[in-house]
Design a protein around this ligand. Sequence first.
Ligand code: HEM
Length: 464
Amino acid sequence: MTGTDLRTASPEAPGTVSLSKFATARLALSLIRNPLKAMPPEIFSEPAVFSRLGGKMRVHLADPALIHEALVKNAHLLAKGEDVRRALGPALGQGLLTADGDHWKWQRQSVAAAFRHEKLLELLPVMIDSARRTGQHWHLSPSGDIDISHEMMRTTFDIIVETMMSGGHGIDIGRVEQSITDYLKPTGWTFALAVLGAPEWLPHPGRRKARAAVDYLRASLATVVTGRRQNPMGQTDLVSMLLEAKDPETGRMMSDTEIVDNLLTFITAGHETTALGLAWTFHLLSQNREEERRVVEEIEAVTAGEPVAAEHIARLTYTRQVFSEAMRLYPPAPIITRTALQDFTLGEHDIPVGTVLYVPIYAVHRHTALWNEPERFDPSRFGPEETRARHRYAYMPFGAGPRVCIGNAFAMMEAVAILAVVLQTVQLENSSAARVEPLMRVTLRPENRLMMQVRQRKNKSPVA
Ligand code: HEM
């Protein structure tokens, strides 16, 4: 598939879908309920789909060559845009995920050192310990039934606060997790209203609760910043990097508000995504016991039956493939959005200023022209040869180009470590009666709680 055989030949050509009032209302309803269902169905089999809505041209891109051209080659002509600012701005302000231009660049450079490979390797023991504590907690729980998304969120939250904020000192993990959920819950409304061009002040369900959640989150993190300004701890972590960051052009340092923007960005972007990727992985393994058996065999072979340790993680290649395949089927960040800052050409298409570009990762990963039997769980797709044979942008759970996820390597290391520690000692079995369906709330979660039964593996101590 190339960028030149598009069914919808050009933005203003007959292929462009202009929605009727009825279709627009239906689309708005889908956006509110589950934005995944608002993707044009053709994008699962076509290279691109153009539409016009709320007075703006909107383009869904699935062709890897076009995605490369948009997110990598023309990255400087694109910004995060109005939809993203309205949905995430109230919480994340002008932090790394939401900022654009020079302000983004300066922030990215300021924290890059925290994500260097050698630095990440130092964090592995913390990741392993956290996963182990989760296993111990399950052993102590009398019912044996757990909500796997919640359990994974607690584990990855623990890790992000410990590794990036040296423990966070006094942050109430339970309340922070609940506040993030309260904040994300009405984002379907925020997106729908933004897409329809409705004014930002318009009330909608969940808005008040979301605002209270943001106030709580920002106030907790402001306390951490004040505490660290008064009492610097002398170690290098994300907080100290942000406190010391200096704009190379102006010498300006970050205000407390800007530091809170970034701490909240890293906490939300850095724990939900990996946790949900893991919850989906455990779900898929419980449906695919042969693949699970191979993972457990690999863990046994690499660890020689000893408890999982930092030096084992890089050698757990099949476990890594399993996590990659789970993120193909259920990408934790299912859509990337950009807005054109000026007129430009994409492939053979004129893209006018203000056009909203969507890269629907969820659809790219299930595209019929890119994947054989796209719905089938098959970790062998991520073997070295299979990966080499594929277009680089047919698979992109972490995005692409200069805005690619800064926590990409952190997340992969963390996920493999957690999978290894958990699967070494227990087997998880789906115990939910409800159908398991993905729901998009910025990230991709199971629509209903994904309950799992914890079973101890034979001859395995729960606290290994
Ligand atoms: C499986 C886990 C993860 C997934 C699937 C994921 C996915 C993504 C994606 C798709 C983007 C690009 C968004 C865009 O282009 O608009 C992104 C950006 C980002 N991610 Fe992640 N992420 C994960 C884990 C993490 C972790 C562990 C951290 C931090 C420790 C993190 C921090 C960030 C930040 C700060 C950005 C913004 C980067 C920038 O714009 O320069 N993410 N992530």
